[in-house]
Design a protein around this ligand. Structure first.
Ligand code: 1CP
Length: 344
């Protein structure tokens, strides 16, 4: 079975010889070629150069037995396209210059033309699609509305995004309007990625798990559906990753998605029981890879056995429960992918 055929079969619930595998953040700082590229160009320059985004997206496919690629970009391209001024400093993570604190800040967002300003990402998808020559599946992606809002309100990274969580409750109308705006730009942006050749797109709700289920259902799910419902009506596939969202499982069914990417703390069997017809993806703890090849292989074998319990492992995609940590050894990643491939 070719990788893309395996990947599409898993998405469609057809027979698979084994679950396909890809890894969140599979292109990134743990790979020497990525670090070499970043010595030459800034992060934004890299994102805007299709030859380079394709080069870094292909590197993990050349090294490891992976079944899908993900376009190289970042979730913060959306606030950048809205004119918020996003910079990636060395080491300490992104900074957003024009934070969202009031209705007048929101009124200044440059919504018109934002999807066009994101055209470089669709170009990266087109370029990568051509290079994959139909051999591998291809993911597009975007940040989910709340995760984007969290960065826009905070002005950068945070452990608890307290300012964003406070805004939801102090100024719910402003928060809803900002979430809807982010959603509408994202819907158009993801449709363009699908039209450029992405087989499926993933919404990263990295910070959604900071919210209780009631707040998530009130603010996040309507914004997510503004993206997913029109995409799915057009025949595009969408996955949702709600990191730290085990307590959200009872409400996530309202997201209108094809599948869920599971955080490492989520129980695979419990998720499968709740979502028998959805694609499930995940969910090895990235920390296992830092612990070495043996614990990683053992945990992978166990997870593959759980995947096989329902329908011979179809509608399952092997992945981590969050992105690969930058200190991960490529040899361990190779061992993991070999282990998954050996289960065919
Ligand atoms: O210095 C560098 O080279 C930049 C490091 C880096 C990389 C490699 C950033 C800055 N972004 C990326 C690429 C990236 N980001 C990808 C494509 C790589 C791949 O998967 O192969 C993807 C899917 C993302 C998504 C992303 N960016 C998320 C969601 C997924 C997740 O890991 O939770 C988030 C939260 C971001 C924000 C971001 N971008 C970069 C950093 C360091 C951060 C985290 C900021 C923080 O909260 O501290």
């Amino acid at each position: 079975m070719n990788s893309r055929a395996r990947f599409l079969a898993a998405l469609n619930g057809a027979h698979v010889d084994r679950p396909p595998v890809w890894l969140m953040r599979q292109a990134g700082r743990y790979l020497p070629d990525y670090r070499a590229v970043r010595k030459q160009v800034s992060f934004w320059e890299l994102c805007h150069a299709p030859e380079l985004t394709t080069r870094v997206a292909l590197e993990p496919l050349a090294r490891f037995k992976l079944d899908a690629a993900i376009v190289f970009s970042d979730i913060l391209v959306v606030p950048q396209a809205l004119g918020l001024g996003v910079t990636f400093g060395t080491g300490e993570g992104p900074v957003i210059e024009r934070r969202l604190t009031s209705a007048s800040d929101l009124a200044a967002w440059q919504v018109r033309g934002a999807a066009e300003r994101l055209g470089f990402v669709s170009q990266a998808v087109t370029h990568l699609k051509r290079a994959l020559e139909g051999h591998y599946g291809l993911f597009g992606f975007a940040g989910a509305p709340f995760t984007l809002l969290a960065y826009c309100v905070e002005g950068g990274g945070s452990d608890d995004f307290l300012r964003a969580r406070t805004l939801l409750h102090r100024e719910p109308a402003l928060a809803e309007k900002a979430l809807a705006t982010l959603a509408d730009v994202t819907a158009e942006y993801l449709a363009a990625q699908c039209e450029a050749g992405a087989d499926v797109v993933q919404l990263f709700d990295t910070w959604g798990g900071l919210l209780d289920a009631q707040t998530y259902a009130r603010f996040c799910l309507p914004a997510i559906r503004r993206i997913t419902t029109p995409l799915r009506k057009r025949g595009h596939r969408v996955m949702l990753f709600a990191r730290g969202g085990q307590h959200l499982l009872p409400v996530l069914g309202e997201a209108d998605v094809d599948g869920f990417s599971l955080d490492w703390r989520m129980d695979w069997r419990a998720a499968r029981q709740r979502f028998p017809g959805h694609v499930l993806q995940g969910n090895l703890d990235p920390a296992l890879l830092l612990a070495g090849a043996e614990p990683t292989r053992a945990a992978a074998t166990q997870l593959l056995a759980q995947m096989r319990e329902a329908e011979g492992g179809t509608r399952c995609i092997f992945n981590l429960g969050h992105g690969i940590h930058k200190d991960t050894s490529p040899e361990v990643v190779a061992a993991l992918c070999d282990e998954v491939a050996a289960h065919g």
